[in-house]
Design a protein. Structure first.
Length: 355
């Protein structure tokens, strides 16, 4: 017994079985598809009893026509789906390429800025030999002994006359200096240790670790957790290249690492708190002075309307502290006190000490 399903499957496998014969027939008919169909139905009329039962013949023809229409629609839909898939794949590939180009350009800019700063630091560190002739040596002693004794007396008299004004400013500077301990950040707002160099934005931290030339990613064992980091060669896990507790927590699932040019491990760590600067990568390593961090304006433009004012306030306060000046909160307090003093002239504020 032949079922309709088995019949359709057999017919589907034989779709192109007679293409050669039918193509030869079609080539001999130059007046279009109607002439070919006339020839085919004429063959059925002359050589078979197909038309003896006209109603059944009509149903067979209609069923065959509908089946081929459905196959045509299905084929066209598959072609459209394939075109959509190809277009989507091409668009994703283009977006990925543009993203990689953007990341590469940003990385090259940071590395170039770091290289320039490194050269500038090296030039500053070089001792400069200056030839001084005899005429230039004569005025040299004069700045050494301008008036050593009068200076303390002048200072003493000034301090005795206005003790209240000098004491607060000295205290503020001391506090600012204590808060601003740490090395000066590099051009990428990061720092450098004996084993690695690092950069940062408010959102992420990039770490560069040099390794022997020819190193492949499959040779390394890299573990990034929320609060820890470990990098070692698989054949020497007991002596890791880098291991320790992270300065602040990160998002392990969003962080990644690569090996560049088979000689440089690059880590990208996504911060959990994306509104603060890191002082170091691993606890115990050299720290930087976050008050001297210089964020890029382009990064500020990426922030939303609620976050940006907070970050700008934080940057302003850091600059003020680094110069020994009052922060935005302190300025606001001073302004409120100023208005209060203006509203109450009958009160004496001459001995008031503003914190």
């Amino acid at each position: 017994t032949i079922t309709k399903r088995s019949y359709d499957r057999a017919m589907a496998s034989n779709d192109d079985k007679f293409d050669g014969i039918l193509l030869g027939v079609a080539q001999q008919h130059t007046n279009g598809i109607e002439e070919i169909l006339d020839t085919f139905f004429g063959f059925l009329r002359r050589k078979t009893d197909f038309f003896s039962q006209k109603e059944q013949a009509n149903q067979v023809i209609l069923r065959s026509f509908q089946k081929q229409c459905a196959k045509f629609d299905e084929q066209k839909e598959k072609e459209k789906e394939k075109e959509r898939e190809n277009a989507k794949r091409a668009r994703l590939a283009k977006e990925k390429e543009l993203q990689q180009q953007s990341v590469q350009t940003e990385k090259e800019q940071r590395e170039e800025a770091l290289r320039r700063q490194s050269i500038a630091n090296q030039q500053k560190a070089k001792p400069q030999v200056v030839e001084i002739d005899e005429e230039e040596q004569k005025p040299a002693p004069t700045p050494i002994t301008p008036t050593p004794t009068p200076t303390p007396t002048a200072t003493t008299t000034s301090t005795t006359t206005t003790p209240t004004t000098t004491t607060p400013s000295t205290t503020e500077k001391t506090e600012g200096e204590e808060e601003s301990k740490g090395a000066i950040p590099n051009a990428g707002n990061g720092g450098q240790t004996a084993n690695y160099i690092w950069f940062q934005t408010l959102q992420e931290v990039d770490v560069k670790i040099p390794v022997p030339k020819g190193t492949a990613a499959k040779q390394l064992n890299v573990e990034i957790t929320k609060n820890g980091l470990s990098i070692a060669f698989k054949n020497n896990l007991k002596e890791p290249l880098l291991k320790g507790t992270l300065h602040k927590p990160v998002k392990p699932d969003d962080s990644f690492w690569t090996v560049e040019d088979n000689e440089l491990i690059t880590l990208n760590l996504q911060k959990v708190n994306q509104m603060e600067w890191w002082r170091t990568v691993l606890v115990g390593d050299t720290e930087i002075d976050t008050q001297k961090v210089q964020p890029e304006n382009s990064k500020l433009d990426d922030l939303d309307r609620e976050t940006r004012p907070f970050v700008e306030k934080m940057m302003f306060d850091q600059r003020q502290k680094s110069m020994g000046l009052p922060t935005s909160d302190e300025l606001e307090k001073h302004e409120k006190l100023k208005k209060f003093m203006a509203a109450h002239p009958e009160l004496d504020f001459s001995k008031a000490k503003i914190q």
